[in-house]
Every structure is written in C-alpha cells, then in structure tokens.
Design a protein around this ligand. Sequence first.
Ligand code: NAD
Length: 427
Amino acid sequence: MKVSVIGSGYVGSVTAACFAEVGHEVVCVDIDRKKMEQINSGIPPIYEEGLGELLRKYAGKRLIATNDYEFAIKETEVSFLCVGTPSAEDGSIDLSIVRAAATSIGAALAKKEGYHVVVVKSTVVPETTEKFVLPILEESSGKKAGKDFGVAMNPEFLREGKAVHDFMHPDKIVVGAIDRKSGDLVSELYRTFECEVTRTNPSTAEMIKYANNSLLATKISFANEIGNICKKLGIDTYEVMEAVGKDFRISSRFLNSGAGFGGSCFPKDVKALIGKAKTIGYSPVLLESVIAVNEKQPLLMTEILRAKIGDLSGKKIAVLGLAFKNETDDVRESRAIPVIAELLRQEAKISAYDPMAIENMKKVFPTIEYFQKAEDALKEADACLVMTEWEEFRHLESEFEGMNKKIVIDGRRVIKATNIDYEGLCW
Ligand code: NAD
C-alpha cells in the first residue's frame, strides 16, 4: 500500500522505515529540511537501533522524504500523523503542532480526488481525533469525514531504543476508527504482522494509550515509594521487588526503583491525562501522586550528596548518564535535568558524560563541561551521580581512581565497582 507519514521524529521515522520493510511505499513529510535530507540520504535523523540499516535499504526507493504535503497526500492512500504533542505550561496537552499538520493535510486533501484515510498516531487525549482533528480536516479540505475521507486513531506503544524491534513485533495493535471502511484500510496495513488488531472507536484507542503509559508510570512511582521506605528501614528494595514481581498478576517489569521516569512519553502523557480529567470535573489523585513521586525522586540524589559532602558550592560533581534511559540519545524529561539544575542552583561545577546524549544535553545546559569518556568526567571530581542505566557503567572500576573523593551515588543500581564509597538512591 502507499503510505505517507507526517512528522519524521522518533515515531515517524521508525513507522516509515518499518512500513517500507513490510513492503509498503512510504512518503515522509517533515517541515525540518535537515531531517528530510537525512532520510533521503539513508541517514537516521535520530539514534535508534536498526533504523540506519532500514533507511539505507529503502531510502530513495520505497521510502522518500519531502516537505510537499500535496505530493504526499496525492501519491498515497493513507497518512499517519506522527507530530509531537508536548505539554502546555499547565501540563495539559498542547495540540498546536497537531493543528498545523492537520490543517496542511486538509488543504492537500482538498486538491485530491478519491478516498484517503488520515490516521492519528501521535498520542492525543481522548476525544481529540474526533472532536479536534476531524473538524480541522473537514474545514481545511471542504470535504466530509466518513464520506470523502476516513479518520482513524492508531496509538504507538514502541519503546525508544528498541523502537524498530517493537514496531516489527508488537504485542498489541489498536485501530480506533470512525467507520468500518477507515478501520479496514488501516488494519490491512498491518496484515503481515503476527499480532491481533484490536478494533475500537477513536476515543477508546486514545484512552488505551494513556491507560497503558499511566499504569507503567504508576508501577515505577510505586516502586520508588517502596524503595524510599525500604532505604529508611535498611531493607533492600530490589530483593523485595524481585519477590513481588514473581506474582504473575504483577510481573517483574517496571519495578526497579531509582531516579524516576523521564522521556518524551510517561511524564507528558500522565500530565495530559490529569489535564483532560480535570476538564471533565474529575480530580485524578492517584495520577497526581505518580507525578509528585517522580518529581521528588531525582532531588533525593542531591539531598544524599549534600548529606555526604556538605555545601556543594565550587565542588566538582561528575554526572554520568544524561539520556533519559540507556540505548537512546533522547534527553527529553531526563531525570538528569532536574539534578543538574539543582546542582547548578547550589553552585556546583559539573562534568558530564553520556555515550550518546551529549549533543542533545548541550542544548539544555550549554555551559556545563562535557567529556567524551567517563574517566575524563570523573577526574578530580568530589563526587559522582549516576543517572542512566548504561551497560558500560556496570564495568566502571579503574575510571573512579582519578576522583578527588570516590563518592558515588547511584540512581540506577548499575555500578558494580568495589573501590568506591558507594550509596544507592533507594538501597
Ligand atoms: P518528535 O518531536 O521526535 O517528532 C515530531 C516530528 O514532527 C519532528 O521531526 C518535527 O520536525 C515534525 N513536525 C513538526 N511540525 C510539523 C508539521 N506541521 N508538518 C510535518 N512535520 C512536522 O516526536 P516523537 O517523539 O516522534 O513523538 C510523536 C508523537 O508520538 C507524540 O505524540 C508522542 O507522544 C507519540 N509517541 C512517542 C513515542 C516515543 O517513544 N518517542 C512513543 C509512542 C508515541
């Protein structure tokens, strides 16, 4: 089939490359010229395992990138909206990018003859597809949804870092459509995937995505709360959660306590659901607590640090790990951000290292010092904070030798070195 993908970020570029891999012809649309050029040259615009391989295989063949909406809509049967849905100031969802992209799709639809389906893949709060996107499409195209074009919602559940694998091997595919014709066409795209397609209406599909992410975020904040209590009682929370996770009703995933969750999804999605709930007169106490625990958690790192070395002013603190998790260069909502901000507020000097995310973190903190090796960041540091569970950190040992004081506070339980003064965040 012929598919256009609007927005070529983490979700869009992976969606496009994976649809090409299963045999579809794909046109990517982005307003960022650099991303378009990268995709057309077979270069991934972001780091994702396996993405470069797919782009090199299909760029310029089954997969092309453009900024020309008219061309993309005319040449394809179905368009996936994969633009960002960031948080507004108050935490609620900011749909301005969705509005702009939907308006452009509608304008292109106005000039197209024949049926087309618009699929929202961006994470949007319940009712957005039908009450926000659909009217924009109708207004800007002058056409009627359900008659001239179809509309569906197809949430994405991939994990950054494993996005290509997850897209190719989904454990669920949800298609929420306004009518059978739209739903059939979108389901057909996934025909070769070994996964059942769950068919719903658009609002249910939207809610499935939020319920999914909110539950995972809740597990993490729950594990962190238990971890904080365990630490005060001298109990190893990892031993506790390992046993708890053996209960098949719970599962062992997402029960590792640490510095909290970050990334482009969990914090923003939980906040967006809180925002949506409030607009309909419901106060989501549990979800608000999930966020509150998550905001407190990274700051416990600096509290422990202060308890260990006192006033931080002028002290050199090495921060190992900037990405919000391992195997990605994404720093959005990384728990390293509030930690670095707090260290700067307390006038510490920061030497930072991450295997992949330095360039992205430079945009957030341009003035701190960055190093290309953990060993260099650790040199003459008064303490070290570990913020990301990178595999290479498990093997650090001699690298700590150059520290001024070998105090290491581990926010992810990754450090195995024995030559240091070690303290875990909740263990
Ligand atoms: P992103 O910011 O990485 O990518 C969005 C892309 O859209 C950018 O390349 C941007 O240049 C482009 N864009 C902006 N305005 C545009 C316009 N008017 N027309 C065309 N392109 C435009 O975002 P992302 O991380 O890929 O997330 C996209 C959506 O998918 C969000 O709603 C997010 O919540 C959801 N999601 C993300 C993940 C993830 O792991 N990142 C997982 C599941 C769902």
